[in-house]
Write a protein that binds this ligand. Structure first.
Ligand code: 5GP
Length: 176
């Protein structure tokens, strides 16, 4: 399958994603049952994951979004992270769960967590659909929920893009 100029092959199908998202949702319902968590979705790549995950939540919660990216259309993680963390909600004293599409080097997640910590939340945890353990450069203590651990492949689909293409795909594909 082609996305822009690159070839991709299937990695994780929609059924497996759905099953895993349901399991994470059930875990969150349990772990956050006595709190009113604030979910912070990191756009754009996690938009489908956020939508599917949030539908599994049965406890009172709030959802807000922020946007930052380190890829800028290529297939290699760059360290240039945009400094535009824009949160419309006051997170002081709140239980925060960041929802990410993928943790690769960990730089983006680390940067976001450190920025949010300055705003004095009660707790802060991270939920990522995908994790590339072999690529991780920083240990992220807050990473408590992971959908799938994958190899160091470049992936698209289910919200993730290559040059803004492929976000609509139901399955996740890896670069051949
Ligand atoms: P990190 O800062 O952990 O290196 O990279 C995190 C960000 O890089 C993710 O939020 C995502 O936007 C992008 N990224 C990392 N790996 C991939 C990948 O395999 N495919 C796509 N489409 N984006 C990725």
């Amino acid at each position: 399958m082609k996305v822009a100029d690159l070839d991709f092959e299937p990695l994780i199908n929609a059924e497996a994603i759905e099953k895993r998202v349901k399991a994470i949702g059930a875990q969150l319902n349990e772990d956050y049952k006595d709190t009113k968590p604030l979910f912070v979705g990191v756009l754009n790549g996690s938009f489908l994951f956020i939508a599917d995950l949030i539908k599994q939540i049965e406890i009172p919660c709030e959802i807000t979004f922020t946007k930052l990216a380190s890829y800028y259309g290529g297939t290699k993680s760059t360290l240039k992270i945009r400094d535009d963390i824009d949160l419309s909600v006051d997170i002081k004293g709140r239980d925060i769960l960041i929802i990410e599409d993928i943790v690769d080097t960990g730089n983006t997640a680390h940067y976001l967590i450190e920025k949010l910590k300055l705003k004095e939340p009660k707790s802060i945890k991270l939920c990522s659909l995908l994790l590339k353990p072999a690529s991780l450069k920083i240990k992220i203590e807050e990473l408590k929920y992971v959908g799938f651990e994958i190899a160091n492949d470049f992936v698209v689909g289910y919200g993730l893009d290559y040059q803004e293409m492929g976000r609509h795909l139901k399955d996740i594909y890896k670069k051949v």
